[in-house]
Design a protein around this ligand. Structure first.
Ligand SMILES: Cc1cc2nc3c(=O)[nH]c(=O)nc-3n(C[C@H](O)[C@H](O)[C@H](O)COP(=O)(O)OP(=O)(O)OC[C@H]3O[C@@H](n4cnc5c(N)ncnc54)[C@H](O)[C@@H]3O)c2cc1C
Length: 438
């Protein structure tokens, strides 16, 4: 059964790496002193270093693995200006003060526009396009929930979303799986690894940035009015440290680790499909997401030939063949005509959830941080990195986004998410009850 869905070329690595592979950039030697050490070389870390450089500030970016091995080259590449904000990992929409909703929607729109600006300024060829997103309601009650969310988004200033009834939904997606949904026009997609490669190239063009791959930060200690950062390649003294480790945050920063729940997200890519079938499944080039607690998200590849289908097949890492089987089954539930379609690639990566379901950037114990993408970071994490770099360089006009909203502690949690398999099972059961019983 499993063997039959795997293509003969099946690989356990991101489809995106066919176009850009993570790079082992090792600094010949680390400087003993710099202005800012950035820990983590994903979108957030690189965007921070870029903004620092443009503000005349030197930095060293430490990356524990190869540059690009974290979530930033593994995502679905879907981007939106706010639709996913405020959704907890339990799938619940949280209640925020109206002022916060307004701020968050504003930042999400800025992040989205900022991504287009960044791609243009750095001349990054990453198939960035805006064709909107369809958010499918997995149960009748979820459609009512979407209506309430729609009202809130409108009240928060969003003007480009509309509800789609079940009868109309085939105009958006070639599937009868959903009970209607919502379209957000200000949403799009890109090739996440090519975008990352462009950001990495932009960092390499700036002489004041030192990139140090395979160089894990293993210790942080106060030193004068700055920090001493310990790595396997020696210590670095810096006035500031920025933690940009998101779903890979470790005991290096226990005060941050216990505020984040790392959750694995999983994806498959299919073999190439006939153009008319792709057109039927995805008539408007939208990205797709849904209202379940344990949701799936999917899209067509930039060449218009494959389905890239993701979800939290489990909340933790699982073997590739199991992942491929679970995601293939979910894909066929939505698109029965793909029952015989083979899987060519599967991969996984970590995202980081916060207790209030918001991303955060700010300062804790004198350390700067950009963390908590809550599963949607392709536009938000570079935006926060850019703002953080400008803020440290004294070049930020206006408020640092999210800086006035403290990154909340998670009750009874010390940073070890031992409960995730149980929670994943419970959420799947609740989804089942919503869809089949209520
Ligand atoms: C499967 C999947 C699908 C996704 N789909 C989408 C999507 O469609 N749309 C969307 O908006 N978002 C999506 N995301 C989320 C998005 O990819 C992330 O929000 C974003 O890439 C986070 O960027 P980052 O720079 O914060 O973290 P990362 O890119 O994860 O970078 C963090 C880096 O820190 C490094 N690190 C950790 N500890 C240390 C240390 N001690 N020293 C040095 N380095 C360290 C890690 O090696 C890692 O490379 C998805 C994520 C995954 C995994």
């Amino acid at each position: 059964m499993t063997a039959s869905i795997l293509d003969s070329s099946f690989k356990e690595e991101p489809y995106w790496w066919e176009a850009f592979r993570p790079q082992a950039i090792e600094a010949p030697s680390l400087p003993g002193r710099t202005d800012v050490v950035v820990v983590g070389g994903g979108y957030a870390g690189l965007a921070t270093a870029r903004a620092l450089a443009d503000g005349g500030v030197k930095s060293v970016v430490l990356e524990a693995e190869e540059f690009g091995s974290g979530a930033s080259t593994r995502s679905g590449g879907g981007i939106s200006a706010g639709l996913s904000i405020g959704k907890s990992f339990a799938g619940k929409s949280l209640d925020y003060a109206p002022e916060l909703v307004r701020d968050v929607v504003g930042w999400a729109v800025e992040a989205y526009r900022g991504l287009f600006d960044l791609v243009e300024k750095e001349n990054i060829d990453c198939h960035l396009e805006q064709h909107g997103r369809f958010l499918g309601a997995c149960a009748v009650s979820h459609y009512d929930g979407l209506r309430a969310r729609f009202d809130k988004l409108r009240a928060g200033g969003a003007t480009d979303c509309y509800l789609v009834s079940r009868e109309e939904q085939r105009q958006e997606i070639g599937s009868d799986f959903y009970h209607g949904g919502m379209v957000l026009e200000t949403a799009g997609k890109l090739h996440p690894a090519l975008f990352y490669g462009g950001l990495l190239a932009a960092a390499r063009r700036r002489n004041s940035i030192t990139l140090a791959g395979h160089c894990r930060a293993t210790g942080l200690a106060r030193s004068g009015d700055g920090w001493r950062v310990t790595t396997g390649a020696g210590d670095i003294e810096a006035r500031h440290v920025v933690i940009a480790t998101n779903g890979y945050t470790s005991g290096l920063t226990p005060q941050l680790q216990r505020r984040l729940v790392p959750i694995a997200s999983h994806i498959i890519a299919t073999e190439e499909l006939p153009a008319d079938l792709v057109q039927k499944l995805c008539p408007k080039g939208r990205t797709f997401s849904e209202t379940r607690r344990v949701l799936h998200y999917y899209r067509i590849s930039p060449d218009g030939r494959r389905v890239i289908f993701g979800g939290r097949a489990r909340f933790t890492e699982i073997p590739g063949e199991l992942r491929a089987r679970l995601l293939h089954r979910a894909m066929v539930e939505r698109f029965p005509e793909l029952a015989d379609t083979k899987v060519t690639h599967t991969w996984q990566g970590n995202v980081a959830f916060t207790y209030d379901a918001l991303p955060h950037a700010g300062e804790i114990d004198g350390l700067h941080f950009i963390l908590g993408c809550n599963g949607s970071g392709v536009s938000m994490m570079p935006f926060l990195g850019d703002a953080m770099g400008k803020s440290i360089a004294g070049k930020l006009h206006g408020r640092m986004p999210f800086a006035d909203t403290a990154l909340p502690a998670i009750p009874l949690y010390s940073g070890n998410p031992w409960f995730l398999p149980a929670i994943g099972g419970a959420f799947r059961a609740l989804d089942y009850i919503d869809e089949k019983i209520r």
